[in-house]
Design a protein around this ligand. Structure first.
Ligand code: BG6
Length: 476
């Protein structure tokens, strides 16, 4: 049944998203330093190595560093209005604490943004997406050390100044809340998670929150037109049953994540954290001026959404399933993806409303998509392609719920699907987990030509964009 969905506002920013470390490759070219990802060949699933190793798929990625022109041309063909990528911090400051930036790194992003702008594609840039310079991790213990605020400030100031006429939309830290679960990947913390105290973890988070607010402040000084947002991993928690203890547990688990958006949007720590800090013997060390810096709130809230989860106050039932880094208790009413992430389109409408009710700031969905096994086939015209109807259905159903949320009154600036071109996954560092509209011929054993092929979903998304969402089908 076609419902003629006519809810997306004019100027809605349709597009796709990637991160430097998952697609660029060229891990040691043109003066780039190592990042935490270059020695993590299994993502969060395995140990880090002493040096980069050949089995680390991210070292070559999909070779976006050399093929970005071809790829952006394909994005333009789909009609992208925006393209989200990140800047690899270690391309700009190879060790993180260098005083002078690496000109070749800066030039690469100049070329990349120029290529986007050539097609009228607005760059949406994440400043730090799981790619802390390795030296900052090893020598300073990542964000545990307050000195990182200064290094980050220098980095942010450098890129804001350099790209002030090319980039308008910025995100500070990717999925900042994930650091409480994966401190190495998300916050470059070298101390193993089992040995990391809650005190140090939340102190590190304080440093990131101050750095993020500082970036908002200096960004607006450099160009008042900048729109600077935070980025949180969105995963709403439903009570497993209507039992009051389950409802309260869901509230508590939501707050573990909402805390980060709360500080970014309201400019101060929420009062509910006082109890959490007290019960966990955490005392955040604030320096004079920190509270004032935090007052520089973001212009918008961006988030990733792949799944919802359930929460229960009953320890015997609190058995966590698989999921996007954080996960939760599986919902008996939902099916899951090939990787066990539960699929819940209505959860996206729910979280959009939750964020908007809470903050009354514009929202931006900067990640949503289906990681699946794809089979490359040859069609009747002799073209290689993938019949990814499952991906089309996933995205269609989520976008129908986005339209509902807009109708609910949510102010939404845009939507970028995750991994608009196949890339290396973050959690498992695999290539066989594919998200893209564009198939990349590269495999986990290192084979493949790196050729690009358009999937069926490529043409589907092109139609969605050109009709501003009117081609979506409401199956409910
Ligand atoms: C988000 C990250 O957690 O989810 C991305 O911001 C990541 O970097 C995406 O790729 C999907 O997760 P995965 O593990 O399937 O790559």
């Amino acid at each position: 049944m076609q419902n003629n969905i006519n809810k997306f506002p004019d100027g809605f920013l349709w597009g796709g998203a990637v991160a430097a470390n998952q697609c660029e490759g060229a891990y040691n070219e043109d003066g780039k330093g190592l990042s935490t990802q270059d020695i993590a060949p299994r993502g969060i699933m395995g140990a880090i190595t002493e040096e980069p190793t050949e089995d680390n798929m991210k070292l070559i990625g999909i070779d976006f560093y050399h093929r970005y022109k071809e790829d952006i041309k394909l994005f333009a063909e789909m009609g992208f209005k925006t393209f989200r990528t990140s800047i690899a911090w270690s391309r700009i400051f190879p060790n993180g604490d260098d005083v002078e930036p690496n000109e070749k790194g800066l030039q690469f992003y100049d070329n990349l943004f120029d290529e986007c702008l050539k097609y009228g594609i607005e760059p949406l840039v994440t400043i730090s997406h799981y790619e802390t310079p390795l030296e900052l991790s090893k020598n300073y213990d990542g964000w545990v050390n307050r000195k990182l605020i200064g290094f980050f400030e220098n980095y942010a100031r450098t890129i804001f100044t350099r790209y002030k006429n090319k980039v308008k939309y910025w995100l500070t830290f990717n999925e900042i809340n994930s650091a409480t679960h994966f401190p190495y990947m998300s916050a470059g913390i070298w101390t193993p998670k089992e040995q990391l105290s809650k005190q140090d973890l939340y102190q590190a988070m304080h440093h990131e929150l101050v750095a993020s607010a500082l970036a908002v402040k200096i960004g607006h000084e450099i160009n008042p037109e900048f729109k600077i947002g935070c980025m949180v991993l969105g995963i709403p928690n439903y009570p497993l049953t209507p039992k009051p203890s389950d409802v309260l547990k869901a509230m508590e688990q939501d707050r573990v994540n909402l805390f980060f958006g709360d500080v970014h949007a309201r400019g101060e720590y929420p009062r509910y954290m006082n109890r959490f800090f007290k019960e966990n013997n955490i005392e955040i060390k604030m320096e004079p001026g920190d509270k004032e810096i935090l007052k520089h709130t973001v212009d918008f809230i961006s988030f990733s959404y792949y799944m919802s989860a359930c929460a229960t106050g009953d320890p015997e039932k609190d058995i966590r399933g698989k999921g996007n880094l954080i996960g939760g208790v599986p919902n008996p009413y939902l099916k899951a993806s090939d990787w066990g992430w539960q699929i819940d389109p209505q959860g996206l409408r729910y979280i959009l409303n939750q964020f908007y009710d809470r903050y009354q700031k514009p929202l931006f969905i900067v990640e949503n998509g289906l990681g699946a096994f794809d089979e490359l086939i040859t069609d009747e015209n002799g073209n290689k392609t993938v019949n990814d109807d499952y991906r089309i259905q996933y995205l269609n159903d989520h976008l129908v719920q986005v339209a509902e949320a807009i109708e609910d009154g949510v102010e939404l600036w845009g939507y970028t699907t995750w991994g608009c071109i196949d890339l290396v996954s973050a959690s498992t560092a695999e290539l066989r987990k594919r998200y893209g509209f564009i198939y990349v011929d590269r495999h986990d054993d290192g084979t493949g030509t790196l050729e690009r092929y358009k999937k069926k979903s490529f043409y589907w998304y092109k139609e969605v964009i050109s009709t501003n969402g009117k081609s979506l089908i409401n199956n409910n």
